[in-house]
Design a binder for this molecule. Structure first.
Ligand SMILES: NC(=O)c1ccc[n+]([C@@H]2O[C@H](COP(=O)([O-])OP(=O)(O)OC[C@H]3O[C@@H](n4cnc5c(N)ncnc54)[C@H](O)[C@@H]3O)[C@@H](O)[C@H]2O)c1
Ligand SMILES: [Zn+2]
Length: 367
């Protein structure tokens, strides 16, 4: 049975960029029919990786499509594979109104999206995200990029898809560790909900407390609702700040700390979500030290994070290096780090006058 939740992302004054997010079960089987409503493409290039292709290639049957199957891994989100996507588009004579489809997690979404943004100055682009992280985060908001040897996501663009087609059925094959990496971003939305300028009041924090078992069991109704809430919150933020001039920074809760963890461990030890989970804890500790939040709220946040088991501890990293690394984050401006910190239940503020001592104190418990 197909269950559909339709969600429209609206970018003010750029109505051409508003797009639908369809969330439901077993949508892959109907992809051909659904996609036709969103693109007039005569040819479609489906970009995926070996893992996703092995699992789901046979579930999708899109007419006039060609497949490009790349190797699986963050290390392949590079200029060579980006070029390979463009070469394939040229080889199959894709035109400007033809379509590139990203079928996979955030790596494929970012890379295929950047290829779509630049092929003939922008061809149609559709996302079919297959990881929880991609379904709640990377497929929404229009950031597309590839890595450079000197930095992650160093080469990219803002480019909105025509459609995000989210089939929750594919989550059943996702390894638990990857599910949790998506859940770290989900919990992040719970802690920033009130700052998202979203007129709807979901109380995601309570939803997560009440539905933990259903979420880990991938209960379809709960997962659809969960993904819908997260996409709405992210869309609400992006709608008001498409190109990251202000509000969008709240999406970085925990990410300044995560950046140091990921960089000092060369992106090989922890998943992004694990680093973010730990980073959110550190941000809460810093907020507590600065007197921004009550001990009660601090403790209830720690309890939720521990309950979902998304934040590892025992990083064994050098604190000086950890601190220095924070300044190398591309979000640090003019030698100042802007911390997104909780300041009351489910809301956050941007704070820049944080001392080194306070940073040390906030990371101490987790090292
Ligand atoms: N554009 C944005 O706004 C944004 C936001 C967050 C993250 N990102 C980017 O997203 C990337 C991380 O995305 P990710 O966490 O999805 O990683 P990923 O794309 O590497 O996927 C994780 C792993 O899961 C596998 N996989 C995917 N779908 C599966 C399924 N249904 N069943 C079983 N295995 C499956 C993949 O093959 C891979 O091995 C990073 O490159 C990051 O920079 C972008
Ligand atoms: Zn993130």
């Amino acid at each position: 049975m197909t269950q559909l939740i339709e969600q429209k992302v609206n970018i003010p004054e750029k109505q051409a960029y508003s797009y639908d997010i369809l969330i439901g079960r077993n949508l892959l089987e109907n992809a051909d029919e659904i996609i036709k409503k969103y693109t007039k493409a005569n040819k479609l290039l489906i970009v995926t990786n070996e893992t996703v292709a092995k699992l789901y290639m046979s579930n999708i049957n899109i007419k006039n499509s060609v497949w490009l199957i790349l190797e699986d891994g963050e290390e392949y989100k590079n200029i060579e594979n980006y070029k390979l996507i463009l070469d394939t588009a040229v080889e199959h004579k894709l035109e400007r109104n033809d379509c590139i489809i990203a079928f996979g997690g955030g790596v494929i979404g970012d890379m295929a999206g950047f290829a779509a943004a630049s092929y003939m100055r922008g061809c149609d682009f559709i996302q079919i995200p297959t990881t929880l992280l991609a379904q709640v985060d990377s497929s929404v908001g229009g950031k597309v990029a590839i890595n450079h040897e000197h930095g992650k996501n160093l080469i990219g663009a803002f480019y909105q898809p025509k459609l995000v087609l989210t089939d929750i059925s594919v989550l059943k094959t996702l390894p638990l560790r990857q599910l949790k990496t998506g859940l770290a971003e989900v919990l992040k939305y719970a802690f920033i909900e009130k700052s998202c300028a979203c007129p709807l009041n979901y109380r995601l924090f309570d939803f997560l407390k009440q539905n933990k078992q259903e979420i880990f069991d991938l209960n379809p109704d709960i997962m659809s609702k969960l993904i819908d809430i997260c996409c709405t919150l992210k869309a609400s933020v992006v709608n008001q700040d498409e190109t990251e001039k202000g509000l969008r920074a709240i999406l970085n809760l925990g990410h300044t700390f995560a950046h140091s963890i990921e960089n000092l461990t060369n992106y090989t030890v922890y998943t992004h979500g694990e680093a973010v989970g730990a980073g959110i804890k550190m941000a809460f500790k810093l907020a507590l030290i600065r007197g921004l939040i009550s001990k009660d709220y601090f403790e209830s946040a720690m309890e939720l994070i521990d309950d979902y088991d998304i934040a590892p501890v025992g990083f064994n990293l050098d604190k000086e290096k950890f601190y220095e690394e924070m300044f190398l984050d591309k979000k640090a401006k003019g030698g100042k780090i802007r911390f997104i910190l909780p300041n009351s239940h489910y809301s956050v503020v941007s704070v820049s006058d944080i001392t080194k001592e306070h940073v040390f104190e906030s990371i101490d418990d987790f090292m």
